[in-house]
Design a protein around this ligand. Structure first.
Ligand SMILES: Cc1cc2nc3c(=O)[nH]c(=O)nc-3n(C[C@H](O)[C@H](O)[C@H](O)COP(=O)(O)OP(=O)(O)OC[C@H]3O[C@@H](n4cnc5c(N)ncnc54)[C@H](O)[C@@H]3O)c2cc1C
Length: 104
């Protein structure tokens, strides 16, 4: 292990596991890094804001998202594309436009 990581601190270390086909990431830091990068590129982060309705305009090919924030404010956004990253609730978000019940 020290051959490939010669700067590893050896204090109180009795062994190490080397698994060349696995990668470990810090999921919290990964998400924040992506967020900082997006905000740095001009994205706007809205926290405590729930997507309550999505509508696809097939004719003009754009999405409308209606949101509600925890202070009761409603907002409406239009966009050409949407990334649904609502985790365990992504199927609920997917059904908001009235179809795609086969979401997996
Ligand atoms: C107890 C537990 C321990 C875990 N431990 C680990 C671990 O140690 N290491 C690891 O790698 N993984 C771990 N996981 C798995 C990891 O947490 C998930 O795989 C990861 O968080 C999924 O990320 P995601 O961004 O897809 O979804 P999520 O992190 O679930 O994010 C989805 C987000 O969408 C939001 N959302 C939902 N519906 C809406 C809506 N209508 N409008 C707006 N926002 C909405 C939710 O509030 C949430 O913030 C653990 C999971 C659990 C439950």
């Amino acid at each position: 292990m020290l051959d490939i990581e010669p700067d590893l601190c050896q204090d109180n270390i009795i062994g190490a596991l080397y698994s060349p086909n696995e990668y470990v990431v810090d999921p919290y830091l990964l998400a924040l890094s992506n967020l900082y990068s997006a905000v740095g590129s001009g994205a706007v982060l809205l926290t405590d804001t729930e997507v309550i309705q999505t509508t696809w305009d097939a004719k003009n090919k754009f999405w409308t998202l209606n949101t509600k924030s925890s202070d009761g404010k409603n907002n409406c956004f239009t966009t050409l594309s949407v990334v649904n990253c609502a985790g365990n609730f992504s199927d609920d978000v997917n059904r908001m436009n009235g179809h795609l019940d086969d979401f997996q």
